[in-house]
Ligand binder design. Structure first.
Ligand SMILES: [Zn+2]
Length: 176
């Protein structure tokens, strides 16, 4: 979700603040607390920075299990429409105990778990990981048909490259 409308910002200067800046939402407004000694330029810079940070935080909070299931349904409708009778997840959840996996799927009970580690990654990476696990509902192994189906998602190669880069840096591995 993106909000294009800029919120009303109220800047409050505090003599007690030295360096710290904070921001919070108060109804329709965003209150930004800055040190009193900040120049106008610093104020402008920090207001923009805090608005971006607040928006990112709110976007992360939107990444709930319900949102994940809705995302799965959108991906199925878009890329797996001809398999939608068999690709029916029972549950799709964010989990914190993935032990070195971005996502996993148990076809027997049709459950999908996605690592919280990808929660802050770009949307198109989350979509790839989720679609990968959805296809596992149909095909447990990574055979040619599996990759054909996953490959319907146009950013598959790019997302795999992105995840490989992070794996190399952190020691995490994808489930393949
Ligand atoms: Zn896999």
């Amino acid at each position: 979700m993106t909000t294009t409308r800029k919120p009303v910002v109220e800047v409050r200067r505090s003599q007690r603040r030295r360096r710290t800046v904070s921001a919070y939402r108060d109804g329709e407004r965003v209150v930004v607390l800055i040190p009193d000694q900040f120049s106008r330029a610093e104020e402008t810079e920090w207001v923009d920075r805090m608005l971006a940070r607040l928006a990112a935080r709110e976007e992360r909070l939107l990444r709930t299990d319900a949102e994940l299931l809705a995302r799965a349904r959108r991906l199925i409708a878009r890329y797996l429409d001809d398999c939608r009778d068999v690709v029916v997840p029972e549950s799709v959840r964010w989990v914190t105990n993935q032990n070195g996996r971005w996502g996993s799927c148990t076809p027997a009970d049709r459950t999908i778990r996605i690592s919280h580690r990808i929660q802050e990654m770009p949307e198109w990476v989350i979509d790839y990981v989720l679609l990968h696990e959805l296809v596992h509902l149909l095909i447990p192994s990574h055979n040619a048909l599996f990759w054909d189906l996953v490959g319907r998602y146009p950013r598959t190669e790019r997302a795999r490259g992105y995840l490989e880069g992070i794996s190399a840096a952190t020691g995490m591995v994808m489930d393949d």
